[in-house]
Write a protein that binds this ligand. Structure first.
Ligand SMILES: NC(=O)c1ccc[n+]([C@@H]2O[C@H](COP(=O)([O-])OP(=O)(O)OC[C@H]3O[C@@H](n4cnc5c(N)ncnc54)[C@H](OP(=O)(O)O)[C@@H]3O)[C@@H](O)[C@H]2O)c1
Length: 295
């Protein structure tokens, strides 16, 4: 197995490279100076030079607020580059493992979303995610699309960072009680990706779309309460009160209220069990405190 990892500096890409290192799996992870995924020539050169058996696409445009203001940039990275990548993978008979998101759904469902639920994205970012999935399905038969819920880690802006930053600075922190998700650590996503890759490498012929998130859905406000308990062991927190806020105040449009995903298919197909996020949280909070990486 030869893996090409795109997005090595991101939350998932970084953890994936660490895990591939630990497992002794051969991989190449170009940084942005070597490969801009929007550059088809660079992409082709990289693919032909490295000849991967699997490409993991963890490169993405991820900012929902900015996406509303610069949709063409968002679609260029999230949809058009992915379409080109899917074509090149198909041409070289390479497997494409692509990270996608709960944002393909509108979040109106009351239960966790299954892979069979109808999609209906809200906003530019969600639409770009869905269109990327459609491009992959049309162009590259050997694909795995892995949809994820909220991703947290010790690097890059994410829900955990935003909460800690606000709790350190403000006496009152605004959180939403009616937005539900399953915080999933980037290292947990890496574990799932490697498990899938290893089974595919052993001949599993299971192309398609899968959901994965850690177990135990939680509201943003419920998560914030647990973060206070963990973060107060490290930081001098100013926060005294969590203010329950309406959902649409932050992103400029209403984000999906329900980001929870049903993970039975990934369990039945690959034997991958969802692990609880609670047990992973203390370590991430500690890492974030000891080595803050907001880049
Ligand atoms: N973050 C979440 O909460 C979340 C939730 C659900 C699903 N996901 C999915 O997981 C995937 C990765 O998320 P993440 O949180 O790990 O992302 P991230 O931390 O924002 O990292 C994005 C990565 O993409 C790279 N990138 C962006 N534009 C690029 C370009 N034109 N060429 C090459 N590389 C480029 C970035 O490189 P630079 O460092 O050079 O900018 C960075 O390495 C996304 O596809 C997303 O759909 C994320």
């Amino acid at each position: 197995m030869k893996v090409l990892v795109l997005g090595k500096t991101g939350q998932i890409g970084h953890e994936l490279c660490k895990l591939l290192d630990n497992k002794g799996i051969t991989y190449h992870a170009p940084d942005r100076s070597e490969l801009d995924i929007c550059d088809a020539v660079q992409l082709q050169t990289c693919m032909e030079h490295y000849q991967p058996t699997i490409v993991v696409n963890a490169a993405a445009y991820n900012n929902p607020v900015m996406a509303e203001n610069e949709p063409s940039r968002c679609f260029a990275v999230n949809r058009d580059a992915v379409a080109e990548l899917a074509d090149q993978c198909s041409r070289m008979d390479t497997i494409l493992l692509h990270a996608s998101s709960y944002r393909v759904f509108d979040g109106e469902k009351q239960e966790p979303y299954t892979e069979k639920d109808p999609t209906n994205p809200v906003g530019v970012l969600g639409t770009s995610r869905l269109q990327a999935e459609q491009q992959i399905r049309e162009r590259c038969p050997k694909h795995i699309i892995l949809r994820l819920s909220w991703v947290i880690s010790d690097r890059r802006p994410n829900l955990l960072h935003r909460l800690v930053e606000q709790m350190v600075k403000h006496r009152e922190v605004y959180v939403t009680p009616d937005q539900l998700g399953c915080p999933t650590t980037a290292s947990e996503v890496a574990r799932v990706m490697v498990a899938i890759m290893q089974q595919i490498d052993c001949g599993a012929d299971t192309w398609g779309t899968y959901h994965y998130c850690s177990s135990e859905p939680v509201s943003e406000s419920g998560f914030a309460e647990i973060v206070i308990a963990e973060a107060s062991q490290f930081w001098e927190l100013k926060v005294r009160k969590l203010i329950m806020a309406k959902m649409d105040s932050r992103e400029g449009f209403k984000p999906p209220a329900n980001a929870t995903l049903e993970c039975t298919k990934v369990l039945n197909t690959f034997g991958i069990h969802a692990r609880p996020w609670r047990s992973a949280l203390p370590e991430i909070v500690r890492q974030h405190y000891e080595e803050p990486k907001d880049h």
